[in-house]
Every structure is written in structure tokens, then in C-alpha cells.
Design a protein around this ligand. Structure first.
Ligand SMILES: Nc1ncnc2c1ncn2[C@@H]1O[C@H](COP(=O)(O)OP(=O)(O)OP(=O)(O)O)[C@@H](O)[C@H]1O
Ligand SMILES: [Mg+2]
Length: 278
């Protein structure tokens, strides 16, 4: 934990609240030392999208919404490829498949990170990715992706749809999305329910090669992330430059089980800022 504090301090993240720099430069701090990525032959070929609805995305909309990994020519992709490599290496070593993306406070870039990481993982040859919008307070995945669907997790949770009819392939090979279209009352209770527990188990156990990424609300604003963390393998913390105080970051780290901390993404970092890896 000392290392993390040191890193945060070095990276000058712990400023007073100022306007975030508009730079797109997330960086990750590893919290574990992993040297090798052992990718076994996986079950990718078993995954078929024959029955999954395909909804192609609009490149212009994606660019406006900072889905930078969609365009392979965008140089900023490199940042997410690096993040993906680090994330997959640690997950592989620990046999982890599910990630909760959290932040101390709102607007830190959780959804931005979750979407771009999911696309970047899907582009990697040995993995598939599933992106699940579990921010039942402020669902944004479908909006950022411009995903034109009428069925969502809302219908599944209301008992009106089966999950297979909600899973959508956004025209990107090896990526599927479970969108949420409307906010939900009492989301923490819902996340803790037997139905949602069962869903998480089903999603994570179906395919060995699938990485499931859950986009969540901020840790300090609601119980949702806290209820969710015991149900996922690991937690990726997104901290936006100048948007969370030192106390807020420390409080958040306190809530994340130490053994589950996958890494810290320093988002909205200044372009010229150096990366710190641990
Ligand atoms: N690295 C970045 N550079 C520039 N803008 C960014 C960056 N990361 C995120 N943003 C923008 O900041 C805004 C908030 O990002 P996002 O919605 O991903 O945050 P969030 O943590 O999911 O917020 P919430 O807590 O409301 O769910 C969005 O407009 C997003 O495009
Ligand atoms: Mg969000």
C-alpha cells in the first residue's frame, strides 16, 4: 500500500480540485510483479455470435465519445494496448476473469476506461471481452458507444427477457456488450440479490477465455461498488488527475480488498507527464 501512496504522490495526482486537463493519457500502476504471460490455447473458437444480435457502431459518434480504441490508426491506442497487456498478464497469473472498474468520485473516466479496455482486449488474439454496464445509477456504456438497442439489462432484471436476447455484438469481433438503458432504484440491493449473483457467475464461468468487465458507479458515492467487489476477481481503480482528493483516494483504497487490486489507472494525466510503473 505504501508503494501505491508513493506512486500517487509522485504522479502529483493529489492536487486540490482543479479542472481536469483534457489530455487523453491514462496510465496504469501495477501493484503486482508479474514477469510472464502464459496464454494457453483457449476456447475462443467455441464462441459463436450466430445467435447474438450484431449492432454496428458509428465511427464519428465513437470518436466524439472518446472511444479511441475503435480506430486502429489512432496513436493514443498504444496507451490502452499497454494497459491491456498489463491487465491480462496479472489476470492470467491469478486465473482471474472478472474486473470491476471503479473510481473514488464521479467523472473519473471509469466508463471511458472500461469501454476502451474491453475493445483493446477483444483485439488481442487470445481473449474475448464482455463489457457489462453495472452502473445502475448512471448507465452510459450504450450512450458512449451509440448502441442502438431496445433491450437491456433492465428487461432481464425485470424478468421480461433472457440474457441471450440482451447480449449484443457491436460489430467488433470478439466483443459483446450487456447494456443498461435506464437507471434503477436501490441498485446496491439489486447487485446483492441472488439473481444478479447468479448472473455474474454465469457470465464469468461460461468461457475460459472471456474477460468480463463491469462498469460501476464511484466507490464513495454509493454502496454498489462495495457490494460488487466481493463478487469479482479483481478491481481496476481509475483516478482522474485533480478530481479526487488524497483522502478520497485513500478511503477508496481502503474499501478495495488488497489482494483484488489489479492496478490504478491515472486518467486525464498531462501529456508530458511520465508514467510510473510498479
Ligand atoms: N483521459 C481522458 N481525457 C479526456 N477526457 C476524458 C478522459 N477520460 C474520460 N474523459 C471524459 O470525461 C467524462 C467523464 O468520463 P466517464 O463518463 O468515463 O467517467 P465516469 O467515471 O464513468 O463517470 P461517472 O462516475 O459519472 O460514471 C466523459 O466526457 C469522458 O469522455
Ligand atoms: Mg461511468
Amino acid at each position: 500500500m505504501e508503494k501505491i501512496k508513493e506512486a500517487l504522490a509522485k504522479a502529483k495526482l493529489i492536487n486540490n480540485r482543479t479542472e481536469p486537463k483534457p489530455a487523453v493519457k491514462p496510465q496504469v500502476i501495477n501493484t503486482k510483479n508479474i514477469d510472464t504471460l502464459d496464454v494457453n490455447q483457449l476456447d475462443i473458437n467455441q464462441i459463436e455470435y450466430n445467435s447474438t444480435k450484431v449492432v454496428p457502431l458509428n465511427p464519428g459518434h465513437l470518436e466524439k465519445n472518446r472511444v479511441i480504441t475503435y480506430n486502429s490508426n489512432d496513436q493514443t491506442n498504444v496507451v490502452f494496448d499497454l494497459l491491456r497487456t498489463q491487465v491480462l498478464r496479472i489476470m492470467e497469473e491469478n486465473n482471474w476473469r472478472t474486473i470491476a472498474v471503479v473510481s473514488p468520485t464521479p467523472e473519473s473516466g471509469k466508463t471511458f476506461t472500461a469501454i476502451n479496455l474491453a475493445i483493446s482486449i477483444a483485439k488481442q488474439p487470445t481473449k474475448t471481452a464482455m463489457l457489462v454496464d453495472f452502473d445502475f445509477r448512471s448507465p452510459r456504456v450504450a450512450t458512449y458507444l451509440g448502441l442502438k438497442v431496445d433491450k437491456s439489462l433492465n428487461d432481464y432484471l425485470d424478468g421480461n427477457e433472457i440474457i441471450e436476447n440482451i447480449i449484443v455484438n457491436p460489430g467488433i469481433s470478439k466483443l459483446v456488450v450487456l447494456p443498461t438503458l435506464r437507471s434503477i432504484k436501490k441498485p446496491a440491493e439489486l447487485i446483492g440479490s441472488a439473481k444478479v449473483r447468479g448472473l455474474i457467475n454465469e457470465l464469468s464461468s461460461k468461457y475460459k477465455s472471456r474477460i468480463v468487465i463491469f462498469d460501476l458507479p464511484p466507490v464513495l458515492n454509493a454502496d454498489d461498488a462495495m457490494v460488487m467487489m466481493p463478487m469479482v476477481d479483481c478491481v481496476l481503480l481509475v483516478v482522474a488527475n485533480g478530481m479526487s482528493s488524497k483522502t478520497e483516494i485513500e478511503d477508496t483504497l481502503h474499501h478495495i480488498p488488497k489482494e483484488k487490486l489489479l492496478g490504478i489507472v491515472m486518467n486525464k494525466a498531462e501529456i508530458e507527464q511520465k508514467a510510473y510503473y510498479y
